[in-house]
Structure formats: C-alpha cells, structure tokens
Ligand binder design. Sequence first.
Ligand code: EPU
Length: 419
Amino acid sequence: MKERMLITGGNALEGEVRVSGGKNTAVAVIPAMLLSSEPCTIENLPDIEDVHALVDILRSLGAKVTYVPGEFLTVDPRPAEGYEVSYRDSQRLRASYYLIGALLGRCGKARVASPGGCEIGSRPIDQHLKGFMSLGAEAEERGGMINARCDSLTGGDVFFDMVTVGATINVMLAAAKAKGTTIIYNAAKEPHIVDLANFLNSMGAKIKGAGTDVIRIRGQQSLHGCTYAVIPDQIETGTLMIAAAATRGDVIIRGCIPQHMEALTAKLLEMGVKVSDSDDAIRVRTLGAHRAVNVKTQVYPGFPTDLQQPMSALLTTAHGTSIVTETIFEQRFKHLDEIRRMGARVRVVGRMAIIEGVPQLYGAPVTTTDLRAGAALVVAGLMAKGVTEIYEPEYIDRGYEHIEQKLRALGADIQRETI
Ligand code: EPU
C-alpha cells in the first residue's frame, strides 16, 4: 500500500526529544551476532526497516531469534546452518553486505546477492573483496551474487585505497575469528566502527585502534555471548538539530553524544544558530537570521555525508549563497531537485550545489529518492509555508524511528496517509 506524508509547515519545534539507537551501528552489530558461539542480546536497537530486514535474514539463515522491537534482540546463532542470502532479502538494505564478513568468519563461506539500499552513487564493493582476499579468502561478485569462501581465514595486512566505512566493518567482522593478526590501514574512524569494535570485544574479540586509521584485530577461535547496548544515532541527532534550527525552534535533544556532533555544531554556530550541550544532551535554538555557510562532506570527524542532505535543505533559506560540496557519493543531490519545486534557488555543478538563500519555501508535492533525501524533504516541509506532500516516505522508515511521532511531540503538523 502506497503512502504519503503531509506536513503543514511553519510550526516552531519546541520541547525535548530522545534519540534512538544508531542505525549504522545496528546494521553492523546484528550480523556480528553470527560470530558468537553463544546467544547474544542487543539493546537500544532502533525500530526501523533496516533492522527488521536483518532480523528476517538471521531467521532465514536458521538462527534462533527473539526480537521485541524497541526492547531487545536476542540471537542464538548455534542452529544457523545457512550461508546464503537471497536477492529479495539482500535488496532490502545496503548493509546486507555485512553478512559476507560475518558468514566468512562464522563458517568460511558466504553467498549474498549484491546489496540494495539507497541510490546515491555507484557504490562499488571492490575494497570489501580486496580485504577478504588479503585474509586468504576467494571473493568475487558475479551475476548479481557475491561469493566468498576460504578453507581457513588467516590474518593479514589490509590497505584500503580510500577510507570506507563498509569495507572497514566487513573486514573487522571476518578478521575477528581469523587465525593470527589483521591490521587494517587507512581504516574509517566513524563512531559506529568504535561501537562495533566494543561489541566484538565484549564477545571476547581482541580489537585495538578502532577510532584511529589503523585497526589491529587479533583473531580468536571462538567468541562468547554478551549483552550490549548500541550507541545513539549520530545522524538522527543531527537531523533533529537541523529541524530545530530550520523551524526557528528551541529543542533539547536527549540521549545523544555531543562529541559526535562537532562538525555539524560548528556549522550551525557559523550560521548563527545557538547550540549548547551537556553530557548527553544538545539544545538548539535560533534567535536571529541564518547566515549562508559552505559545507564540504568528509569522513569522520569531518562533516558527515549523511547530514549533507538535511543541511542543504536548511541552507535554502539562509541569508546569502552557500556552496555544498559532496565528496563521498556522486549522486547525493537528488533531494535538491525536489526542494527546487518548493521555491529553492539551487544550481548543481558536478559535486557542488550552489544554494542561493530565498526568504521562504512553499509547500509542494515532492518525492523521496533515498533515506536522507527523505529527511531533507521533511526539514524543507517543516520550514515551508503551506502543505508539503512527501511521496514514497517508506525510504525514511529505513533509518528514522517513529519520525512523525517524535516531530509531532515537538509541535510539528505532520501526518501520514495511505493513497
Ligand atoms: N567505495 C569504493 N569501493 C568500496 C567501498 C567504498 O569505491 O569497496 C567508495 C564509495 O563509492 C564511496 C566511498 O568509498 O564513494 C565511501 O563509501 P563507504 O564504504 O564509506 O560507504 P558505505 O559503507 O557504502 C556507509 C553507510 C552510509 C554512509 C557512508 C559514509 C551503512 C549501511 N551505510 O556506506 O549510510 O553514508 O558509510 O559514512 O552503514 C545512510 O545512512 O543514509 C547511508 C547511506
């Protein structure tokens, strides 16, 4: 059944909101449960489509799963004999490729259909395959399937050609149970890499250096059960901060990690937004006009590509001209075509968007093309005059837990209806 979201813009968001568990941590930690020789429990998982898809995949592999959305996920991987993830399952999310690293580590073989996920660029997986091969596996992508196998995984040196979150995670998963030590050079440093390392270490893995660009993994023969809570979602936190600023509201975001938000906080301050934080909360409010700023996406701790889309929506009404440069994914400006329909003045030249601030956006029918594009359209809808109809809001459900309820509790006029 098709749905659309309806937002009547103009309400300033006010009050307090709690951040959910991190999506990009959850999608790495759930496949990692397959590496254990005992049941594991994960808490604080966001209740989102990507998590539901992975839970279904673990069940299809034969794991014993108890899942209470919003509460916990317990997985006993011992009965899991499967090593194949079908096209249908794999297409439900990008992170299905983490099953390759996890299954290689678990049973030395994996057959996973090429992943789905958001269309934001070409998204090759050559570095993942190169990493597995550095550990002694055969790995290839052919006919829409990724096949990997090995007699025994052996630790090795892995040099990535570029900083890649996905390949760093995938090699960590495979290496956790390889014989000997793996060293990943040019590793990604995102908070969810550190969280995955903490989870694996709670299972008895020996991983050092996560959060730096060299990660050392001493493989273990077996990993044990544990209970673990994932970190709060950095991108949901950022999206809520941007939404608060966009509506000239006053919002306290609780349960977040302010240190993970420094790149965004710096940009919001530069725009003239008031941002203050305490241990696990951030307050965002706007008193005067927003100034235009330039934003360039970078790997952590730089400005996250996942916040580029909501941020560029916010900049469409800032005073002056902003230049947004997207360095990670080449097709991550599709949301701007939609926001242009709402009155934004934007020109995209290659990897650069030149945004000339206008005084006001106006509600219009728009279509979501990917998860964060959806978040950007929600931000635009909240600031616009009149009603914004957002088609294909299901993309947003892949990564934002109960977004309408959270925004409604802050005073937004937002609903969803079946069409
Ligand atoms: N790349 C390659 N070869 C590879 C791997 C990556 O050329 O083998 C390139 C990519 O094309 C891209 C760059 O390297 O240009 C970085 O890609 P990365 O591997 O870091 O991204 P990813 O693993 O595909 C994850 C998140 C994305 C997030 C990026 C960057 C998951 C499931 N996905 O993607 O999240 O944007 O890291 O932080 O964790 C989202 O949440 O909306 C989302 C897209």
